[in-house]
Design a protein around this ligand. Structure first.
Ligand code: R5P
Length: 290
């Protein structure tokens, strides 16, 4: 019980100072409730407004991809450099220490393996399970133009409804089938549809004309790393993306398949958080490797 005697009169009301209410730092997110904003602030760095997501959920349809054979040995040491981890619940439970305190982005759709039609995904997690695992966001693949386009959109909207109910963000991941042209026109279409249908943020591919993609999308966009490229090319892509409005990267193979993944993720951070040029980041990479 607080002591009820000798209570002093409250006096510090600062009546001349208007009440301060800070706008939230992420595009299109000001209307969200406190809990979802707090989770987003554990995915995106509030200082730079950007994120380096370390993506290693590839096993959900590819099995043990190169670089992901041993999550405990190869990925766990990298987690200290990531703003957030994108992974499946199986890997989270078995391999990631619960002392990890940054945001968790859970893979929330799945079904077909690489041996089947990939767009035929279903929701692969319940909202209770996402809450139990303390997820900051749930990631769902959306196949605009794909054979199962409507089904994947339905997966997105169901997860948005469930996530909004409990304050968990939904990341829409635009997947581009081989038959589709990966250009700004298509990426604008896919990202805008995801935002219109309620995604909290969107992941897509970097393409020339990317500034029109970010301009037309009212929520934050992060870029996927895509297949392994020479380090300088990956750093240049990350640089161009953030300079053209991306709120960060969700990078997997270009980090965990690099010859020195710990050095590469630190170089990527330099580009994303410090606006370093690709050359400055590459110099850091060489220095860290040395
Ligand atoms: C696809 O398998 C996943 O959504 C990956 O997390 C995503 O593609 C990012 O990984 P990467 O940089 O290897 O493309």
């Amino acid at each position: 019980m607080a002591d009820a005697e000798e209570i002093q009169d409250a006096a510090r009301f600062h009546v001349e100072v208007a009440h301060h209410s800070e706008p939230f730092f992420l595009k299109g997110c000001n209307h969200l409730d406190w809990g979802i904003k707090n989770r987003l602030a554990n995915i995106f760095d509030p200082t730079s407004g950007r994120t380096v997501m370390l993506a290693f959920d590839h096993g959900y349809f590819q099995g043990p991809t190169r670089g992901l054979e041993r999550i405990d040995l190869d990925i766990v040491p990298l987690t200290r450099y990531a703003d957030t981890l994108m992974l499946t619940r199986g890997i989270l439970r078995t391999s990631i220490p619960p002392s990890y305190t940054r945001g968790i982005v859970l893979r929330a759709s799945g079904g077909p393996s690489i041996l089947k039609e990939l767009s035929n995904e279903q929701i692969a997690i319940s909202i209770e399970e996402a809450i139990r695992l303390n997820a900051a966001a749930m990631a769902v693949q959306v196949f605009i133009g794909g054979e199962y386009e409507s089904q994947s959109i339905h997966n997105l909207t169901r997860l948005v409804d469930a996530g909004n109910r409990y304050g968990i963000a939904t990341l829409a991941v635009t997947a581009v089938g081989r038959e589709l042209t990966r250009d700004a026109r298509y990426i604008r279409l896919a990202t805008r549809i995801c935002a219109e249908l309620g995604a909290t943020y969107v992941k897509t591919y970097y393409v020339p004309g990317f500034e029109t993609v970010t301009a037309a999308c009212p929520v934050p966009i992060v870029i996927a790393g895509g297949k392994k490229q020479p380090e300088m090319d990956a750093l240049r892509m990350a640089y161009n993306a953030v300079q053209q409005g991306a709120s960060g990267v969700d990078m997997g193979r270009n980090i965990f398949q690099a010859d020195n993944p710990a050095a590469m993720i630190q170089a990527v951070r330099k580009v994303v958080h410090d606006n370093a040029t690709p050359q400055e980041a590459f110099d850091l990479l060489q220095q860290l490797k040395g």
